[in-house]
Write a protein that binds this ligand. Structure first.
Ligand SMILES: C[S@@+](CC[C@H](N)C(=O)[O-])C[C@H]1O[C@@H](n2cnc3c(N)ncnc32)[C@H](O)[C@@H]1O
Length: 583
């Protein structure tokens, strides 16, 4: 096997399903049902195999608040996950709920414990335990516990307690420690590939779950296409797993099996974000979430909370409607999203949001008359490069002097926008400008310049609304509150306050309280009242309310709301926010 070439491995894998080995390892079942799980050829929609759907939606895998169904997707190849058409029957002697009408916005659809999760450990001490996946860091710098400790062997995996470290060691870390020591930068998806094989060897994966994994959409051809005579990543990973796990162990590893499972794992790994940030905390293999298709304007979203995936509705989802989530950062511009979806997920997104955003861009290009979509794209990429350079420069002060001065960065930004549209003003809501402005506001705060931060935060906040789904909208509000609080703490003799156009401290205070109140309400709806982040925002709000002088109006009182409207108008005018008509 050592001299096995990629081509040979490819052939081997192509001839696999349903090989005897595969059936033995993954598809055998001790259930007395007549269905032969081993005969399910990969890539056949799960909806055609009721037994597998039952396994995926079993109570061991998922806790759902409404009935769920796996059916043929309404817009993507293969299957999708749907809200049940029929009302739930709550107990054996009760009738179906007559009022059943699907699920409202802001409700939990389901929660589930993934089969496995891994992170790249590159976040250093980011506070996440690599066994229980609880977060030991507070959302607003508050201490919650002792933090995590890195494993003394690999110094990559971190655990929140001795107990978690011991449990991880017994279940998977004993083997993974060696890999992480050798390749600390291993991709989480590849670490999961190793783990999948161990879990299968150790019997942690039931035969039914194995049959499901075997049948997942795998994009096998795309992942195993060789270019330039180089071996593919799948081949390299399969060989690495065999080297670490196979040789000399009592159970021989079937390379063909690994070869087949790695693409399935990569295709179905879900990136999990914490509620407070759009950064990926961990990659997870979760059988239910693997059924959910993508939309850039989704009706649901997934996040990580205490080791579980929680999937919540962003809109009302009617009985029989398909559930969608956004696989990638939804704040990325349309072309950027489409490139990532094609490169990493192998499909072209044609959702209504993509269409509307392309239409807006074409309209602007046509209105200018002298520019083109290519010029616009180049300008968008230059803006993204510019802000990335400014973020890097902020981490290494003095090393990239061209990007330390944010006023210079803003002027470069204006030049790029002007050059893209010689005859038109670049609209503030045209991507990636809203996101660039929010980033600039964070950088300005770090440099102790709250006035500039506030101006950018306001322009970014009030113009980028369409691209934000629930969690991002909450996070931008929280970011705004931080910026406003910094502006509200300016010393009385600060030169900024002498500028007559600068909003008064009362206006800043009103907007701070108004936004924090909105963030509090929205977080409860978006993440749920039992989410730690919602509680942290609530605690911050309570603390801030305690600081309000007695007798002052406060949210949500009517008088406060009236004052707030006036204050928002003033701050918007000062920041130069232009309310664009909806595209
Ligand atoms: C996690 S799976 C989702 C379930 C998949 N439809 C199935 O039948 O197993 C991800 C894959 O589904 C397909 N997919 C998801 N969303 C899509 C969309 N909006 N348009 C086209 N294909 C999509 C792509 O092939 C993607 O790689």
């Amino acid at each position: 096997m050592d001299d096995m070439t990629a081509a040979f491995a490819h052939k081997l894998a192509a001839s696999l399903p349903p090989s005897a080995d595969l059936q033995a390892a993954f598809a055998s079942t001790d259930s007395d049902d007549d269905d032969d799980l081993g005969r399910v050829p990969p890539r056949l929609g799960f909806n055609t195999v009721p037994k597998l759907c039952k396994t995926i939606l079993s109570r061991n895998n998922v806790t759902a608040s409404v009935p769920l169904e796996i059916r043929s997707s309404t817009f993507a190849p293969g299957s999708g996950l749907f809200i049940g058409r029929e009302a739930p029957i709550l107990s054996s002697n009760s009738k179906p709920d007559r009022k059943y009408d699907g699920i409202e916005a802001g409700r939990e659809i389901y929660r589930s414990k993934p089969l496995m999760m891994a992170s790249d450990g590159a976040g250093g001490d980011d506070g996440w335990c690599h066994f229980c996946w609880g977060n030991t860091k507070g959302f607003f710098g508050e201490e919650k516990g002792e933090g995590t400790k890195a494993c003394a062997g690999c110094r990559v995996a971190s655990f929140c307690s001795k107990q978690c470290q011991k449990s991880a060691w017994a279940r998977f870390h004993k083997d993974e420690c060696k890999i992480l020591k050798k390749t600390p930068g291993i991709k989480p998806q590849n670490l999961l590939a190793h783990r999948l094989v161990w879990f299968q060897q150790k019997g942690y994966i039931t035969s039914e779950q194995g049959a499901v994994i075997q049948g997942l959409e795998a994009h096998f051809d795309e992942y195993t296409r060789e270019e330039g005579g180089k071996t593919t990543e799948v081949y390299d990973v399969a060989m690495a797993i065999r080297e670490v796990t196979g040789e000399g162990k009592e159970k021989k590893i079937d390379v063909g099996l690994i070869w087949k499972l790695v693409p399935a794992l990569w295709t179905n790994c879900v990136r999990l974000r914490a509620p407070s940030s759009k950064e990926t905390v961990a990659f997870a293999l979760d059988l239910v979430t693997a059924m959910v298709n993508h939309s850039c304007e989704p009706n649901a979203f997934a996040f990580l909370e205490k080791g579980e995936i929680r999937v919540r509705s962003l809109k009302k989802i009617a009985p029989g409607e398909e559930i969608t989530i956004c696989y990638i950062d939804p704040t990325i511009d349309v072309k950027g999203r489409q490139e990532i979806l094609l490169d990493e997920h192998f499909f072209e997104c044609d959702c209504t949001r993509c269409k509307a955003e392309i239409k807006l861009q074409k309209r602007m290009v046509a209105a200018d008359g002298e520019t083109s979509m290519t010029t616009l794209r180049k300008a968008q990429l230059s803006l993204l490069d510019l802000i990335k350079s400014a973020v890097t420069a902020s981490k290494y002060p003095g090393v990239y002097p061209d990007f330390d001065n944010l006023a210079v960065v803003e002027s470069k930004m204006n030049t790029i926008m002007k050059n893209a549209f010689p005859n038109l003003d670049w609209r503030d809501d045209l991507d990636p400008v809203p996101m660039v402005r929010i980033c600039l506001s964070v950088l300005y705060i770090e440099q102790g310049k709250p006035a500039q931060a506030l101006r950018n935060a306001f322009r970014g906040h009030f113009t980028g609304g369409r691209s934000r789904t629930g969690p991002d909208a909450v996070n931008i509000l929280v970011n705004m509150v931080h910026v406003l609080m910094a502006a509200g703490c300016l010393p009385a003799d600060s030169p900024v306050l002498k500028d007559p156009s600068f909003p008064s401290l009362l206006d800043i205070s009103n907007v701070t309280y108004g936004f924090l109140h909105e963030a509090c309400k929205d977080a409860g709806e978006v993440f749920g009242g039992d989410c730690e982040y919602t509680r942290a925002i609530g605690d911050l709000f309570a603390k801030m309310m305690g600081r309000l002088p007695a007798g002052s109006s406060r949210p949500p009182e009517e008088e406060f709301v009236r004052e707030l409207e006036v204050s928002i108008k003033k701050v918007k005018e000062w920041a130069g926010v232009v309310d664009e008509e909806e595209a």
